[in-house]
Design a protein. Structure first.
Length: 279
């Protein structure tokens, strides 16, 4: 049986990474200060990573692995940290989402996270007040790792409805927007992905009003009740309470009823994509 300290250290990927980083550093005979100097990162960051208080970036991990002769160990652990990049409120969703056979999504302002390009995601996340470049890189990596859900064998059916404003909202640069809309069109060609656009200019109908309350995603899991993740300005929350799920499902259907068909949506995305190319 492992000693209790080792069991505790292995209880989470971040704790395991912290333990291995500290072990490799001590094995190399380096202090935190010496390692910081050699990999061009701060002592404070190394201390926080070694105590499990901060997720390491990919670049930080690579530099440590190379300097400490880790043989790729730290880089192999690093992908396991993707989920820990997310907020506490989103963590339960990361347990539910991979089990889903169907995901129904509504996005009023942005391209869905599961379909974002790395550059688009980076521009969105770096725009958040107070987010450092390193933290943004960590969040982007987590988002890209999550997207593997749609490229695995037997992926879930992903049905997303997006408000047209998201196609026009200037995120990053015209090039980033052009490439993002191109990626959206490519994604929509897959049989398990459906992209529909709610066009601008609709009056304040029931679906339009319902959609203004924020983004959400509904997960259908075989043998379990549906669950939803609802976003808000401050935070989001996960629930499977029947009353809440029914309300969100009705909201989704009301919004979807006002969306263009998949073919008409693709035509609109193509039109807006060309406009970004000319900007």
């Amino acid at each position: 049986m492992l000693p209790s300290r080792e069991l505790d250290s292995a209880s989470s990927p971040l704790a395991f990474f912290a333990m291995e980083l500290r072990r490799l550093r001590e094995q190399a005979g380096l202090t935190q200060e010496q390692l910081a100097r050699e990999i061009s990162y701060s002592i404070a960051l190394i201390s926080m990573v070694e105590t499990g208080k901060r997720n390491p970036s990919r670049d930080f991990t690579r530099r440590c692995d190379e300097r400490l002769n880790g043989g790729g160990l730290l880089m192999r652990i690093w992908p396991l940290l993707a989920n820990t990049a997310y907020s506490t409120q989103f963590q339960p969703w990361l347990e539910i989402e991979p089990q889903a056979h169907t995901l129904r999504n509504w996005e009023p302002l942005l391209i869905p996270g599961l379909l974002q390009t790395a550059d688009y995601a980076s521009a969105v996340l770096r725009a958040e007040p107070g987010v450092s470049d390193e933290r943004a890189e960590e969040l982007v990596s987590g988002r890209l790792e999550r997207q593997k859900l749609l490229t695995k064998d037997d992926p879930p059916l992903f049905l997303t409805v997006i408000r047209e404003e998201a196609l026009h909202l200037h995120i990053g640069s015209p090039e980033i927007m052009h490439d993002q809309l191109s990626a959206l069109l490519i994604a929509a060609e897959h049989r398990h992905i459906s992209v529909q656009i709610v066009p601008s200019g609709l009056g304040m109908t029931g679906g339009t009003i319902a959609g203004l309350e924020g983004a959400f995603i509904i997960a259908g899991v075989e043998g379990s009740p549906d669950s939803v993740f609802v976003e808000s300005a401050a935070a989001g929350h996960v629930t499977d309470h029947p009353r809440d799920v029914v309300a969100i499902c009705r909201r989704y259907e009301a919004i979807r009823s006002e969306a263009l068909s998949a073919r008409a949506s693709a035509d609109l995305i193509t039109k807006v994509m060309k406009e970004w190319q000319q900007t």
